[in-house]
Design a protein around this ligand. Structure first.
Ligand code: NAP
Ligand code: COA
Length: 265
């Protein structure tokens, strides 16, 4: 991890829901490397234990499901007692699978909306009580699915679009107290569970690559750099934004019907 400003988040308290693997773990590592006191949460105790060891710098962790509001609140209270009121709260826990809407059971649809959207409300609602005001930065991890329709992703599109609107509402409501709320939108990121599900073979990987303007997958570090910015004072006038680190994937909507493809044969 390149560290240009090692004390950027010195002494700040950061809570990362879903911070035990992939993109969110890289965010937790970047925050800790830049001086923050980090707490992470996810369902599996063994993942929590491995993540706190990987993050280092005295990181602490909690095993809880973001669908359980009381468990989230209890974990966040314990984290704030240990590390101090939150300066940064990231909501990144998510679930995804590829399924056309006609093959989705009501519970399949509900499961993803409950984890992604309702879970983000739980994390942000509990976090609001425990955040430093003014000055706190809330960051939701959204996806390009929040801004364009994707086949076999109706559940994810609905959940992430809901997150983006929740972010705008909370930015509006909490702004007067000096609290910032933003959405961070990763594009296709190498070596992640998300892309293992969405692009499980070379043909799908090629389509996902061609959907980006930069014609490449990003790294978890690429996303962590934007998360670092949004957490820091450098972003002190940024709120209610839906901000991509996506290699330009969102420029072409879902990419499937982009006429530009004619010129790329
Ligand atoms: P990942 O490694 O699977 O990360 C998901 C994290 O959430 C894990 O720590 C997981 O740990 C936790 N989690 C899942 N369900 C949970 C629940 N019900 N309660 C609490 N924690 C839960 O996924 P990723 O691919 O890095 O994605 C991270 C974020 O980036 C997600 O919000 C995703 O939508 C977004 N994103 C990813 C990509 C990509 O290219 N990968 C692109 C766009 C957006 P446990 O299993 O221990 O619960
Ligand atoms: N196609 C259609 N429906 C599916 C499905 C698939 N591939 N996978 C799960 N479902 C449905 C189940 O059938 C179930 O509905 P039912 O009760 O009507 O049968 C519902 O979704 C819940 O499944 P369950 O396995 O009980 O959910 P869970 O809470 O244990 O796990 C998931 C949640 C399904 C999202 C699981 O993939 C997960 O935990 N993911 C986290 C990691 C991840 O997805 N990372 C990428 C982030 S982008």
């Amino acid at each position: 991890m390149v560290s240009f400003v090692p004390d950027l988040l010195a002494g700040r308290s950061a809570f990362i829901a879903g911070g035990t693997s992939g993109i969110n773990l890289a965010i937790a590592q970047a925050y800790a490397a830049h001086g923050a006191k980090v707490a992470v949460l996810s369902r599996k105790a063994e993942k929590v234990e491995a993540a706190t060891a990987a993050i280092g710098h005295g990181a602490i962790g909690f095993a809880a499901d973001v669908r359980d509001a009381e468990a989230v609140s209890a974990a966040m209270k314990a984290a704030a007692e240990a590390n101090g009121p939150f300066d940064v709260i990231v909501s990144g826990a998510a679930g995804n699978f590829v399924a056309p809407a006609a093959a989705l059971s009501p519970n399949g649809f509900k499961t993803v909306v409950d984890i992604d959207l309702v879970g983000t409300f739980h994390v942000f609602r509990a976090g609001y009580e425990l955040a430093k005001k003014p000055g706190a930065s809330f960051i939701a991890i959204s996806a390009p699915q929040g801004s364009a329709p994707y086949f076999a992703q109706a559940h994810v599109c609905a959940a992430k679009a809901g997150i983006d609107m929740l972010v705008k509402c909370l930015a509006f409501e909490w702004g007067p107290e000096g609290v910032r709320v933003n959405s961070l939108v990763p594009g296709p990121i190498d070596g992640t569970e998300g892309m293992a599900k969405l692009a499980p073979n070379e043909a799908m990987r090629k389509i996902a690559t061609e959907a980006t303007a930069l014609r490449r997958f990003g790294s978890t570090g690429d996303v962590a750099m934007l998360a670092l910015y949004l957490a820091s004072d450098a972003a002190s006038y940024v709120t209610g934004a839906i901000m991509p680190a996506d290699g330009g994937q969102m420029l072409a909507g879902n990419g499937a019907f982009s006429p530009a493809r004619i010129f790329q044969q």
